[in-house]
Unconditional design. Structure first.
Length: 754
């Protein structure tokens, strides 16, 4: 198709309560006319009116023609914000002008017409092909509206010239309306990932660059711009997420003209992408999530992830990881005892962590030498795996395939496989360096060693760790930047292992939660939210990680009473109640647990098993906070016949009692019964409100009533009648908050009454 016969159409995609209207007229790149709430049926006249209404009036000291913002922002139009493409051919061809040559919608080609036409679809994919004959560049843009209402786009640029084209950046942008003036994104650090931060969107750019070679604990994750004061339940919000696990950028920009965008892409290091004739570079998927409230936005991500063919469908097994129980002290008798104790509690998966391979008695040596350490495991891993399997549990194993210790046989044999530049060894981190998987021989070696281990043993699960940033990440022999190639090689390695070992599950762990993104989630089945399992910290981290991922993908463990990362002590009810809403596990030396703690653990595990289908398929609901010391959240079944809610007491309130809390997300016209659920004896700090309807208790002559239990009638397994109310009343009026000590969780069962 020639440039003189360019497509001339508007495209309306609508799904999941969202509409996206694209302008692909006049041979120009696609521009978003509307992205937001569904518009209903549109005809050509409606669409033309929308497009005309989107053209700004003349303003002083700007270009004479209206600036048209395409998904790939173009400098030649007069756009003075961040351009979509940054690159050059020996200093020229740095401001391309692409002409659209082809348009397909759901695979059907749209023929040129002198008059603009409207192509309407539901969820669907739009592909635009374009070319700049002067700059000798080809471009393909894919724009897709998923059934959940999640928007995503990606671009591929091809060098059609005879000389190298150096690409410095390729990012996409989605427009947001002027009423969206408040930014929410996330900061964080090791052990405290996804800390929310808000600020006003002012003229200028709010840009978050990730230069760690991995997503990072401080990643923006989802960068959103919304109407001021937006919350979980209401307030329009538009957000973006870059589905990539290496260097990346997210940004929100407001120009002096009032234009506003959110966007992002891969962050390319100098010289990483040099395209010769016919070579191409493609961006990762850039996601756009609109919602009326943060929960509605999060649901679009959750619904998309749950719709994938690769999404884990079977019940998420209760998991024990042995790291905080034994660290590097691998002793068969101790580990088999831990397996016995776990199996008695109902644990379904047992994971052997760092320390099983050669020379790995601490974190100074061994990474890269993926052979079972014969001095610790003279009979290989068969004794522990056979024992775990005989108890009915799956077995999982820890790897860190992308890393290497200089004190290893592999580093001594192949020092050129260590990522480096400038003729120097990068600064160490956790005593380790990065193994350059971009070198084919290094990639093949790691694939062979991991395949050998997985082929010899019955291993259902890999905990895939990544414990350092990529600093001076150059590739042999010249030390050119290699983060891009390293990231893609990691993807290929995961993909190939899953191809070779069908059914293998992989957890993305990266110093805890430093690799949480939709690129890695295309190949993994779980993320480790954080190395910090302190439940008070996890309340915040789990809560905000769910802005992107549903709870069944969040590793959420019950640790020992005293946290290994904060030194704080918490009661078991808080630790277990916090871990329940996620993929439940244990990270605790069970030999140190008391009989009472083991009995309570068994009850919590049983509670998880009885409710995990609801927790892992239901709609996440987070009530907007009326008191910062109380978090109210839960899962509502798809048919809204039942729900499980949590009241998390994360501090001491300025007032006592706190007043009423509400339970949103239920069917307003149905009647529900709300009851507390007790797994073990309720803590003494819990004071029941009247709506618990606790049966009257005889007044004892001693503090504890005859037969044990609490004087107020609350006891383990007790059936408390609770209260019956409509979903509307629960969402609008609510219930008085039970009084409780801080650092505790109250679980509420909500069931429809018929």
């Amino acid at each position: 198709m020639s440039d003189t016969a360019s497509p001339h159409a508007y495209v309306h995609l609508t799904a999941g309560g969202v509409s996206v209207v694209l302008d692909v007229t006049g041979g120009r790149l696609p521009a978003i006319v509307h992205w937001g709430a569904a518009l209903g049926d549109l005809n050509v006249a409606d669409t033309l009116a929308l497009a005309q209404a989107n053209i700004e009036p003349p303003a002083g000291n700007v270009v004479d023609l209206p600036v048209r913002l395409s998904i790939l922002p173009e400098h030649h139009t007069g756009w003075v914000g961040k351009p979509g493409i940054a690159g050059h051919r020996d200093g020229v061809d740095w401001s391309p002008l692409f002409t659209t040559t082809a348009l397909t919608v759901d695979g059907a080609e749209h023929r040129p017409s002198p008059d603009a036409e409207l192509v309407s679809a539901g969820a669907g994919t739009v592909r635009v092909t374009a070319h700049d004959a002067v700059a000798d560049l080809g471009l393909t843009l894919d724009v897709e509206l998923l059934p959940s209402g999640l928007l995503r786009a990606r671009a591929e640029v091809t060098n059609t010239g005879s000389s190298f084209y150096v690409l410095d950046g390729l990012q996409l942008a989605f427009p947001v309306p002027p009423q969206a003036r408040e930014i929410l994104d996330f900061a964080g650090r090791w052990g405290k990932e996804r800390t929310p931060q808000r600020r006003e969107l002012t003229v200028g750019i709010h840009e978050r660059e990730g230069r760690k070679g991995r997503t990072g604990p401080d990643a923006a994750t989802v960068l959103s711009v919304g109407v001021p004061g937006f919350g979980f339940g209401r307030g329009e919000v538009w957000g973006t997420h870059v589905g990539f696990s290496g260097n990346h950028r997210h940004y929100a920009e407001r120009l002096f003209t009032g234009f506003q965008v959110v966007g992002g892409g891969e962050l390319l290091l100098p010289g990483e992408i040099r395209l010769s004739d016919g070579e191409s570079y493609g961006t990762p998927w850039i996601y756009g999530a609109y919602g009326d409230g943060l929960d509605a936005q999060a649901h679009r991500f959750h619904d998309h992830l749950r719709s994938r063919p690769t999404h884990p469908r079977r019940a998420r097994p209760v998991t024990i990881n042995v790291w905080e129980a034994v660290y590097f002290d691998h002793d068969l008798a101790r580990l088999t005892d831990l397996a016995d104790r776990a199996a008695k509690l109902g644990v379904e998966r047992y994971v052997l962590d760092d320390g099983w391979f050669r020379y790995r008695r601490n974190d100074l040596a061994g990474l890269g030498d993926w052979h079972v350490d014969e001095t610790v495991w003279p009979n290989g891993l068969h004794p522990i795996i056979d024992h775990v399997r005989s108890l009915g549990m799956e077995f999982g194993l820890w790897f860190e395939p992308e890393m290497i210790n200089l004190d290893s046989d592999l580093a001594r044999e192949h020092p050129e496989w260590v990522m480096a530049t400038g003729g120097r060894t990068p600064v160490p981190s956790r005593n380790q360096q990065v193994l350059n998987l971009g070198i084919p021989e290094a990639y093949d070696h790691i694939l062979e060693r991991m395949s050998a281990i997985l082929g010899e043993y019955d291993i259902a699960y890999i905990k895939w760790d990544h414990n350092r940033d990529l600093i001076d990440a150059g590739t042999a022999p010249h030390g050119r930047a290699g983060v891009h190639d390293q990231t893609l090689a990691t993807y290929r390695l995961m993909d190939e292992l899953k191809r070779r070992f069908p059914g293998l599950e992989i957890e993305s762990c990266s110093s805890g939660g430093a690799r949480v993104d939709l690129g890695i989630l295309e190949r993994t089945d779980r993320v480790w939210v954080s190395d910090c399992i302190d439940p008070l910290e996890r309340q915040q981290m789990n809560r905000w990680t769910m802005q992107l991922l549903p709870p069944e993908l969040l590793g959420s463990h019950i640790a020992s009473g005293t946290s290994h990362t904060t030194g704080r002590y918490h009661r078991l009810s808080f630790r277990a109640g916090t871990a329940l809403y996620g993929h439940l596990g244990i990270e605790w030396d069970l030999a140190t647990a008391t009989d009472d703690e083991n009995a309570q653990l068994a009850v919590w595990i049983d509670l998880y098993k009885r409710h995990r289908e609801l927790l892992h398929t239901g709609t996440m609901v987070r009530a907007d906070e009326f008191d910062p010391t109380l978090l109210v959240y839960g899962a509502v079944a798809g048919d809204r016949a039942e729900a499980l809610f949590f009241l998390a007491y994360v501090g001491r309130s300025d007032v006592s009692p706190r007043g009423r809390f509400t339970l949103p997300g239920l069917d307003p016209d149905r009647r529900y019964r709300v009851r507390p659920v007790f797994a073990g004896e309720p803590d003494e700090g819990l004071k029941p409100p009247a709506w618990f309807n606790v049966p009257p208790q005889p007044q004892p002559t001693v503090t504890t009533p005859p037969g044990g239990g609490r004087a107020d009638g609350l006891s383990a397994g007790s059936e408390v009648p609770g209260v019956s109310m409509t979903g509307r009343a629960l969402a609008v009026v609510g219930l008085q908050t039970p009084a409780s000590f801080p650092d505790d969780v109250v679980v509420l069962s909500v069931t429809e009454e018929t």
